[in-house]
Design a protein. Structure first.
Lengths: 464, 378
């Protein structure tokens, strides 16, 4: 980082979207500086915790089976977001997801077939060999080879505007404050999910019981500065990707291993031992990311998923072992629920289960009748001891409050005019496409597609 | 045949916790056999850990890709814990049990044993033919080597040592296999065995899922696999050459030394060159690699073994080139001393990895031939 220079493209952030933008821009010959606020060992933002991206494709290709056409992808997105999406930007993302993989491979990312235990994703999602950190490592190697400068432990504090354009960034590095000059800026610094104060501002005290699954470095500072300087926000600050996490997980950065994927195989009760949502509403990859929010809506933000011996083993085992007991009553005692109430809840559920043919791979006919809330699929009576429980907390992955962008990844100002030299990619703008809900792997797709657009457009702005 | 040493329980506890992290994450599944193998399990016994530790080829790709590696608070260092457990299993399976004590400070033990072997050959020669035997020219006449070291002495010494080594490894293998809780009947599976042989011969688990492991410097590379091939096939060629020489001696009654172009010498030479380049390359990679993934307690063992292989080959090749000079006697003693040191320490040093890792690969292919348990299969 050289304060005497004016960088052509200043990339704020160091994850997938940031590096994709940096590499794309650098390949046109412009100079690029990447500012990553994490230390090198924890670089990459939430990309470190990812494992795949969702790709449209018309025929089986490399690691993807069958076909996943544009319209099906779009319909899936409409369903999970309940229509809260920008169709124009969403369709750009979907269409351009087709040729992301070739670009990624060119820059060192390797793919592998769908992981064991995730076969339901083999059609739609391409998995990175080694996961997201391997991808991040590959991009940093590519960046190094291309002569991109990277500054770690470097936090953006402020952005100075002149005539509606960013001219410098004020950054803090090793306790010193510096000013970096740039011709264009790509904001790819993530959401505000690690900022407990801001979460509390949005959610109230409820946020005290949230776990942050991802990087502790996404404080939302760039997002806040941009909004404060007149960039148009989009989205609801309480909307986010949040899963049900094991309540025993650490406060930050536990990633995927504390996710409990047993919900569609059992029932979920709150602290009053009462069920509160349809556990079998849809396939798990389309539902896992709403359960954080659902648990957040329960008293004390705690819930418990209960399964019996039939279900044990048919989901990826979470890192913390389940609490087990041979009777429902004993299980209730072990997790501090009222035994009589839990027995009643389980009995009511068991009574309402209609006979069917259990098949977790399809939307099967095992459903409850006359039960509120219902369980629409994969409902089997909880009757085979031992019984198991996992305690659940809302585990927030990333927030959807975003800066508004256009199809050139340009950031939009309050007057609905694009800022000439500010572009955005990744989580910081994902809320344009994700108003709520989540579709497994689409975060990396948005980051990659808009990272490439932002890099290309920023370079074009410099080169004129 | 009770096991002499058990694995220290802190290792087992930490290993078990790390395995559960890996089993919940699974991102490294494509790198090697360790991850598909652990994903077949919901919980991990000591036997499971010992099996998986020996299945690991210690390339470090999983560390590079690990979202939980230090400075993350979980401080997951999977290759290192597996290396530590693996080292402990070598002691656990060693026979006779008291020789397990050779594993700690193994570099020193191997050097001493080799040094003593060397000294014994020199001393034996000197006692038999006087100091002049070591430096006088013997020409290349029939049986010239045996004028220096009697053939019967060679046969008795190396025959006895080979038998001891073989016994130690058979017992070690039985101990390993029992530890995995797999029945011996499972071994009667020609398809799985065939796959395992191919995995071992190709070093499948060092391909990092295709383009190579992250070794030694963060970029996918097949270098280690190639140096290991040179070492392994070099060793095999030298071994085959010795076997052919034995056949010449006993069946055809053609005593050594043989002309350069004769069958035992040519593959022996080619193998010897492999056994120079391979270990040197592996040593170079070891120096370059990220040290955090290694168990530094085993560095002496690794270096001792590589150095011994290199010196065995070097003395053999020098013997070939200088066998008509006065240096022959001394070089023959040196070469035989190195080989004796190598053989004596085989079950109590790095060579053990060839036995247990191959057995672990066999176990893996047997498991893979079975349907996936429903664990984690959705």
């Amino acid at each position: 980082m050289d304060p005497s220079r004016t960088y052509d493209v200043l990339v704020l952030g160091g994850g997938n979207a940031a590096l994709t933008a940096a590499i794309t821009a650098r390949r046109t010959g412009v100079s690029v500086l990447v500012l990553e606020c994490a230390p090198k060992g924890l670089r990459g933002g939430n990309s470190r915790h990812t494992r795949n991206l969702r790709c449209m494709h018309d025929r089986p290709s490399d690691v993807l089976t069958e076909a996943y056409p544009e319209d099906e992808y779009w319909q899936d997105l409409v369903r999970v977001t309940k229509g809260k999406t920008d169709e124009h930007l969403a369709r750009i993302t979907i269409r351009q997801s087709t040729d992301c993989r070739a670009w990624m491979v060119q820059h060192g990312v390797r793919f592998q077939p769908s992981l064991r235990g995730t076969l339901h994703l083999s059609r739609t999602n391409a998995f990175f060999l080694g996961g997201g950190k391997a991808l991040v490592n590959a991009y940093y190697r590519a960046a190094e080879d291309l002569g991109i400068e990277v500054a770690y432990d470097t936090e953006v504090r402020d952005l100075n505007f002149r005539d509606g354009q960013i001219v410098t960034a004020i950054v803090a590095q090793h306790g010193a404050t510096r000013e970096v000059r740039a011709r264009t800026v790509v904001a790819a610094a993530g959401g505000f999910e690690s900022n407990l104060g801001w979460l509390k501002e949005a959610w109230g005290d409820v946020a005290d019981n949230f776990l942050v699954r991802g990087t502790p470095y996404n404080m939302g500072r760039v997002l806040r500065v941009l909004i404060d300087k007149g960039v148009k926000p989009v989205g609801d600050p309480t909307q986010c990707h949040a899963v049900a996490c094991d309540a025993r997980a650490p406060k930050f950065d536990a990633g995927i291993i504390t996710r409990v994927d047993a919900i569609s195989l059992g029932i979920v009760v709150n602290k009053h031992a009462a069920r509160f949502y349809d556990e079998g509403e849809d396939f798990w990859p389309k539902r896992y990311a709403i359960w954080g929010r659902l648990v957040a809506g329960q008293p004390d933000q705690i819930a418990f998923v209960l399964i019996d011996a039939k279900a044990m083993g048919s989901f990826v085992p979470p890192v913390y072992p389940p609490i087990r007991a041979s009777l429902v009553r004993e299980l209730a005692q072990a997790v501090n629920l009222d035994p009589a109430t839990l027995e009643r809840s389980v009995a009511a559920f068991n009574r309402s289960v209609r006979p069917g043919t259990f098949n977790h791979a399809i939307l099967d006919d095992c459903a409850t009748v006359n039960l509120t809330p219902p369980k629409s699929h994969w409902a089997r009576p909880l009757d085979a001891p031992p019984f198991f429980a996992y305690p659940l907390r809302p585990g927030i992955t990333f927030t959807y409050l975003a800066v508004r962008v256009n199809d050139r990844a340009q950031v939009m100002m309050q007057d609905d005019k694009p800022a000439a030299n500010i572009f955005a990619a990744g989580e910081i703008m994902a809320g344009n496409i994700l108003g709520e809900g989540y579709l497994a792997g689409i975060g990396m797709t948005i980051g990659t597609v808009f990272g490439r657009i932002a890099g290309r457009e920023a370079a074009r702005h410099v080169l004129g | 045949m009770s096991s002499a040493k058990s694995i220290p329980s802190p290792l087992i506890q930490q290993g078990e916790w790390f395995m559960r992290i890996c089993n919940a994450c699974r991102y490294c599944e494509g790198y090697c056999a360790v991850f598909p193998a652990l994903e077949r399990r919901l919980t991990f016994t000591e036997g499971d850990l010992n099996y998986l530790a020996n299945l690991c080829h210690h390339c470090g790709s999983c560390y590079d890709a690990c979202q939980y590696a230090p400075p993350h608070e979980f401080a997951l260092n999977f290759p290192r814990i597996l290396a530590e457990i693996r080292g402990a299993t070598y002691q656990k399976y060693a026979w006779p049990g008291f020789l397990a004590g050779l594993f700690p400070r193994n570099g020193l033990a191997v050097s001493l044993i080799t040094g003593i072997s060397l000294a014994l050959f020199l001393l034996g020669m000197a006692i038999r033919g006087g100091p002049a035997a070591l430096v006088s020219s013997h020409g290349l006449g029939e049986g010239a080597f045996y004028a220096v070291v009697p053939h019967n002495a060679m046969v008795v010494i190396f025959g006895a040592v080979s038998l001891a080594v073989l016994t130690a490894f058979v017992i070690g293998l039985v101990r390993f296999w029992r530890d995995t809780e797999e029945g011996f009947r499972a071994l009667v599976d020609p398809v799985a065995l065939g796959r395992a042989v191919m995995d071992v011969l190709r070093l499948k688990n060092l391909d990092g899922g295709g383009e190579g492991c992250i070794y030694p410097d963060g970029r996918p590379s097949l270098t280690r696999r190639r140096f290991h091939h040179l070492t392994f096939y070099g060793f095999l060629l030298c071994f085959a050459a010795t076997t052919v020489a034995a056949v010449y001696h006993y069946i055809f009654h053609w005593p050594a030394p043989y002309a350069f172009w004769r069958v035992p010498v040519l593959p022996g030479t080619v193998g010897g060159v492999g056994l120079l380049i391979g270990p040197a390359g592996l040593l170079w990679l070891k120096i370059k690699r990220n040290p955090v993934v290694s168990d530094e307690g085993q560095t002496g063992m690794d270096i001792g073994f590589l150095a011994l292989l290199f010196l065995t080959s070097l003395t053999g090749l020098l013997l070939l080139v200088l066998r008509e000079t006065p240096a022959m006697g001394g070089l023959l003693a040196a070469h035989l001393g190195m080989i004796l040191g190598l053989f004596l320490t085989m079950p109590y040093g790095k060579f053990a990895h060839a036995v247990y890792r191959s057995a672990a690969v066999v176990r893996f292919e047997i498991e893979e031939s079975r349907p996936l348990p429903k664990y984690g299969a959705d």
